[in-house]
Write a protein that binds this ligand. Structure first.
Ligand SMILES: [Fe+2]
Ligand SMILES: [Fe+2]
Length: 300
């Protein structure tokens, strides 16, 4: 007879699920899911405080979905990179295996949050992006470009955590926990992204790096395409379910505000991290840096 022993990671995951179940009621209470500093609540100039809170709840659900999406390709890239360390530095191998394991756990947690939020918000929410299709497209780019994008993403979880604790007392305890515990692990991932990016950078030619800079810009544009589609979907969902008539002009303003939030959350809050600029500028030339800055500047 074989006893079934739950591995420690599984127990940690089970505790995460327990924590998210415990605060189920909290989702129904009068709490925001994302802090004002991430929603950019001031950009929603026509909305009442209660409507802005609803916006933060929609964006909280999208937050779970966006992370479920990006963690799919991040995990695949990390597993691929771990091959380089199989018979080399065993600390590096263990660090990447743990990284991968944590991203699997995060995806499970975010699926759980999506379902939980779905239970309490009105019907009609859509997130129609296929994580595997996106992962295939992203992984078609060079490792340098994917690691640069991943570093951006994993660094911005720190900004998200700080916004959730420092500036906004109205955020639900569940989401505060999500920001805290996600950032704790993501801060380690960002260190590994940097180590792997610098290591990998040493193996590419100047021409390959130059091409990779363009591919990074293409990846950011692809992320922006997803954000544009989701801003449209989430604004339409808000208008359909907010309980009052919203005219054409106001609908467009709400959609623009959603896009502004999402670009801040998923692109600029990482790109503006000093660490991101420091790492990247240590690897690329000034003209390459200017190309990236020019591309980012179009996404305002
Ligand atoms: Fe994660
Ligand atoms: Fe991560």
């Amino acid at each position: 007879m074989t006893a079934v022993i739950a591995p420690p990671q599984s127990q940690r995951y089970a505790r995460s699920v327990e924590a998210s179940k415990r605060v189920r009621w909290d989702v129904e209470a009068a709490h925001k899911f994302l802090p004002d500093g991430l929603v950019l609540a001031d950009a929603f100039t026509t909305l009442s405080p209660a409507e802005k809170r609803f916006v933060s709840q929609i964006q909280g659900r999208t937050y779970a979905n966006i992370f479920g999406l990006v963690e799919r390709f991040i995990n695949a890239k990390v597993l691929e990179l771990s091959h380089d360390h199989w018979f080399g530095d065993q600390n590096a191998l263990e660090a990447l295996v743990r990284f991968s394991d944590e991203e699997l756990k995060h995806q499970a947690l975010f699926r759980r949050i999506d379902a939980m939020v779905g239970d309490v918000l009105p019907d009609g929410y859509r997130f129609d992006v296929d994580a595997n299709a996106v992962a295939h497209a992203v992984l078609g780019k060079s490792t340098w470009a994917v690691l640069a994008l991943t570093l951006d993403i994993e660094l911005f979880t720190q900004t998200h955590y700080l916004e959730s604790i420092d500036h906004d007392a109205g955020v639900s305890e569940l989401f505060k926990d999500v920001f805290l515990f996600h950032w704790k692990e993501e801060s380690q991932h960002a260190i590994l992204d940097e180590l792997e990016l610098v290591r990998h950078d040493g193996e590419v030619t100047a021409a390959q790096r130059d091409r990779a800079v363009d591919e990074f810009i293409e990846l950011v544009a692809a992320v922006d395409g997803i954000l544009q589609a989701q801003a449209k979907a989430d604004a339409a969902y808000f208008v359909a379910t907010c309980g009052r008539a919203v005219g054409e002009a106001e609908s467009r303003a709400i959609e623009a505000a959603f896009l502004k939030s999402y670009r801040w959350q998923y692109i600029h809050s990482g790109a503006q991290q000093p660490r991101f600029g420091k790492v990247l500028s240590s690897l690329i030339t000034d003209p390459q840096g200017q190309r990236i800055q020019a591309a980012l500047a179009t996404l305002q």
